[in-house]
Design a protein around this ligand. Sequence first.
Ligand SMILES: [Zn+2]
Length: 326
Amino acid sequence: MTDLLKNPIFNDETAAREWLEARVWPEGPVCPHCGATEDDVTKLEGKAHRPGVYQCSECREQFTVTVKTVFERSKIPLTKWLAALFLMTASKKGVSAHQVHRMLGVSYKSTWFMMHRLREAMRVGGLSPLGGVVEADETYFGDVPEAKRPTKSTKGRKFTKGGRSGPSGKRAVIALVQRGGKVRSFHVAVADGETVAQIVNENIAHEAHLMTDESRLYTKVGENFALHGTVTHSHGEYVRTDDVLKDGKYVPTKIHTNTVENYFSVFKRGMRGTYQHCAEKHLHRYLAEFDFRYNNRSALGVEDNARAETLAAGIVGKRLTYRRPH
Ligand SMILES: [Zn+2]
């Protein structure tokens, strides 16, 4: 970290902008309005222009690297944005807005706002289904205010461990983790059979082996997969080895949900330790942050610098659905 802080991108606005340009436009500038590249895009040099402005000859618009990104229209210098970005990607358990605010000398409100925009940049969509062995589970975290709790009239039955009704006063999170691979987590209004089935069907390849506990939430959807292995936690069963038919041979396969449970424990520890107060409407962004760190972890060969570069490339084209806090 000490060497990192000497990097000019945290002190020099031009260095910061050029670093960002190289990540957002690895093959040269792209007009964010019409997609024009190369000869159609000219850098405007000289004192008459703000630094970093490009002119598109295709649509005649001008732009900088932050147009149509989560940094758009921010008055915060890019050096501060990049410092926040590196702090967030280098902290294993997350970093609080109070700490970043003190380290960067940016107001708490602005820091909070920057960090939520960076979480937005961590969100990924349009991914192909997870394959191999995928563990699915649901958990509950944080309170839902009385007025917002699902009522009896809510469509579908809520099930939880052992098939009991889910705690309606808690926020439900569903996570899918590919063993040795990546995670996808979802904040849902109600973890009922219909919701769970939709998430599982859309995000896991049907050739995959699905692993869950005995919850009835997964019984029906489990039939869509090459294998649905379940462990009966309520009977004290956590890991079992079954011989599973694979490519014409029986292969010993471990049936458990320990990977997804570990993910949940990292998430809960991080939320309790670093982000004590989280409004429900922001929970999906915190989940995106924990997913991002898990999916770009050292064990998958992703180190701090590469993680920061991945996030920088992710600032483009994210829709912002919230406003600055008052
Ligand atoms: Zn253009």
